[in-house]
Ligand binder design. Structure first.
Ligand code: NAD
Length: 313
């Protein structure tokens, strides 16, 4: 199949592109390189450096006629979405609608839309949180991801456009950008490698930091491959159903790096949810997906990747 991957030069999208190529598909990447990098881009993928908001996106669709659109491109920072809401609306709402308009016009067979299980449920009252829990988004980013899901529902109802939504937990692994404020695993590892002291952000009554569900990127990639021909018109949480505090995550990273270092402590930032952990039984039952990597294994792989890329530089 011919698969157009938006955000395919970014962290997760580039791994999805690699796996689709490996599985024998033809891959096109649409990315404006705002946070992505050419270093991540698979040379076997055809690359269009263009924003999903750009009206000339239609020319890419006209020329390429993709079968599947896998939509990873997004403004991904929760704090930035609160500081500059219109910029988030621009990419995550207007960009998504521009993309969906082209999907309808050029008869795309299916859209795989990437949403956030780590954001849209807000401070949930049920843990693990299942897809049936009514989302209560507490950031502009989360509101707009939920809007994307609603647009898909509408485009299916109105035009018959097929889709699957994947709501990721907190994804980590090789290639994650350490310069933003998302991606705590790569931020910690890169800070430690640079001789700096990482900061653990926490609410005063929960000094161990936030509780998160960390899922390894290679597990997330498998969910994307399965969604190519399963899970039509459905929404799936993609996580591990395991809770980890930021302090435990930090200790696990230190252990795999063979280091000892007391972290700095900072106050929780705008939009930081206290707790997030996903029930992923629906993905198991309907996609045949479950995570393979434990946190220990995933952190080990990620640390080795950063050590390797550092020694290659
Ligand atoms: P990333 O920043 O590495 O990837 C996003 C990519 O989209 C980048 O390559 C960027 O250049 C590109 N992009 C941004 N705006 C664009 C635009 N207007 N037009 C074209 N390309 C654009 O981030 P990531 O962590 O790989 O996130 C990928 C997707 O997964 C996003 O939709 C994000 O919201 C979602 N997600 C990520 C996580 C996580 O923990 N990393 C969790 C839940 C959901």
């Amino acid at each position: 199949m011919k698969i157009l991957i938006t955000g395919g030069a970014g962290f997760i999208g580039s791994h999805v592109a690699d796996a689709c190529l490996e599985a024998g598909h033809e891959v096109l990447v649409v990315d404006d390189l705002s946070t992505g990098s050419l270093d991540n881009l698979n040379p076997r993928a055809k690359f269009y450096q263009i924003s999903i908001c750009d009206p000339s996106l239609s020319q890419v669709f006209e020329r390429e006629q993709p079968d599947i659109v896998n939509h990873h491109a997004a403004q991904i920072s929760v704090p930035r979405s609160i500081e500059a809401p219109l910029a988030d609306v621009e990419t995550n709402v207007k960009g998504t609608v521009n993309l969906l308009e082209n999907c309808v016009k050029y008869k795309v067979k299916k859209v795989v839309f990437i949403s956030s299980g780590g954001a849209i449920y807000g401070e949930a009252e049920e843990y693990p949180t299942s897809e049936a829990y009514p989302p209560k988004p507490l950031s502009v980013y989360a509101i707009n991801k939920l809007a994307g899901e609603n647009y898909l529902y509408f485009y299916n109802y109105q035009y018959g456009l097929n889709y699957t939504v994947l709501r990721y937990a907190n994804v980590y692994g090789p290639r994650q950008n350490a310069s933003g404020e998302a991606g705590v695993v790569s931020i910690f590892i890169n800070a430690l490698l640079a001789g700096k002291t990482p900061t653990i952000y926490a609410y005063p009554d929960a000094p161990e930091g936030m509780i998160r569900d960390y899922v390894y990127v290679m597990d997330v990639v498998r969910a994307n491959l399965l969604a190519l021909d399963r899970g039509d018109k459905e929404i799936f949480n993609i996580g591990t159903c395991v809770e980890t505090t930021t302090s435990l995550l930090y200790k696990t990273i230190l252990w795999h790096m063979g280091m000892q270092k007391e972290p700095l402590r900072g106050e929780a930032r705008q939009g930081d949810l206290r707790r997030s952990m996903l029930d992923c039984s629906k993905a198991f039952q309907e996609l045949g997906w479950s995570p393979i990597f434990t946190l220990e294994q995933g952190i080990k792989e990620t640390v080795q990747y950063y050590l390797r890329t550092r020694s290659e530089r």
